[in-house]
Design a protein around this ligand. Structure first.
Ligand SMILES: [Fe+2]
Ligand SMILES: [Fe+2]
Length: 360
């Protein structure tokens, strides 16, 4: 196989700060996701364009070496292409090597954040489809562990992940978001830095709505207002969730507490037990904030997403639901981050695009 330089295409290096469009038959992946000392999980192609001329570079099963990456980099190739039908195999490979991939210096932080979000979403989709499989909960645990490591190393990546999921209305995406955000908020608002504790909290967050896997889909996706009976059904999800989590043992109480109590309110008006104030652990009180904030800022079947400032205003007005001191700290955590400065503009842009899509 000839490399781009051998053909001297004079082509410019592809920009690694963003991946090109996925054309369906082939999809782009960062070269950095192909780890040395492993075998190519699928056939790897390079684009000898312009604009598209995919040439097989390594066949599936070929050992990958550091020299291969160096050689490709020297030729300005930072993006490989895989056949669309190989997507599942690729993401399984990524999940298997996630820790190494995310700590690879070659991978830009925001692409690492996207990859982590994508991998977590895939794992959680399967957890929701088969919540009683221990292996799936172990996978959730592993992905949270990697998230914690990644967020401790690069705290700002949380903003990229938040942005990515704003238009994702699936229950499992919401869970991924809450899990990641809860890790970031626990570190910043509560000052928790112990990776083990952060993993427990993150696992509680990522599994908090797992009980919804036992609630009828048509109720969860209903666009209009729920009837009293339907709402009673939805309100069972914390109990269902706690049951699932406890059945799989080994999960620390912090996880089960978040799953069971994330709909409790500070003033005791929540469910299922009507606990109030300091009866709820600090991380549980924080989980209720993160859960509501994420729900309000995401498109749902029955309501459009609110921009962050409007979501926070709504939360401040939900007098008594939250620990007000914690809410203040949470707002501060969201406020001064430089990466959030243009979030409002981005939100409006995303909103416009959604309306255009809907109109089309
Ligand atoms: Fe919930
Ligand atoms: Fe939730």
């Amino acid at each position: 196989m000839m490399l781009p330089d051998e053909q001297n295409t004079g082509r410019e290096a592809e920009p690694v700060d963003s991946l090109p469009e996925d054309d369906g038959s082939y999809f782009p992946v960062p070269l950095a996701t192909m780890q040395p000392e492993t075998n190519a999980p699928v056939d790897l192609y390079v684009n000898m364009g312009p604009p598209m001329d995919y040439v097989l570079y390594k066949a599936a099963g070929t050992p990958l070496r550091d020299e291969m990456r160096e050689r490709l980099l020297e030729h300005g190739v930072e993006i490989l292409y895989l056949r669309g039908s190989d997507r599942e195999i690729y993401y399984n490979y990524v999940e298997q090597h996630l820790r190494a991939i995310l700590s690879d210096d070659m991978l830009p932080n925001h692409i690492a954040a996207e990859l982590l979000y994508e991998s977590s979403s895939r794992v959680m989709e399967e957890v929701f489809n088969n919540p009683r499989t221990s292996k799936n909960l172990q996978r959730a645990n592993d992905v949270v562990q990697v998230t914690v490591t990644s967020l401790l190393r690069n705290p700002d990546s949380i903003w990229r992940m938040t942005e990515m999921a704003a238009q994702d209305a699936y229950t499992y995406s919401h869970c991924v978001q809450v899990g990641m955000f809860l890790v970031a908020a626990s570190r910043n608002v509560l000052g928790i830095t112990d990776p083990q504790m952060l993993t427990r909290v993150g696992l509680g967050g990522i599994l908090h709505d797992i009980g919804k896997s036992m609630v009828r889909q048509d109720i969860l996706n209903k666009p209009g207002k729920l009837t009293t009976t339907e709402f009673q059904e939805v309100k069972k999800h914390p109990d269902f969730g706690e049951h699932i989590v406890r059945q799989h043992g080994n999960l620390m109480p912090a996880v089960a507490h978040i799953v069971l109590h994330h709909h409790e309110h500070y003033d005791g008006t929540g469910y299922p037990e009507g606990l109030m104030g300091k009866e709820l652990a600090e991380v549980v009180r924080l989980s209720t904030l993160v859960d509501v904030y994420n729900a309000l800022t995401t498109d749902r079947p029955y309501a459009d997403a609110k921009p962050p400032y409007a979501a926070l205003r709504t939360m401040v007005e939900m007098d008594g639901h939250f620990d007000s001191q914690l809410l203040r700290s949470f707002i501060q955590f969201l406020g001064p981050n430089p990466m959030r400065r243009d979030m409002r503009a981005r939100w409006h842009r995303a909103r416009r695009e959604r309306h255009i899509r809907k109109a089309g």
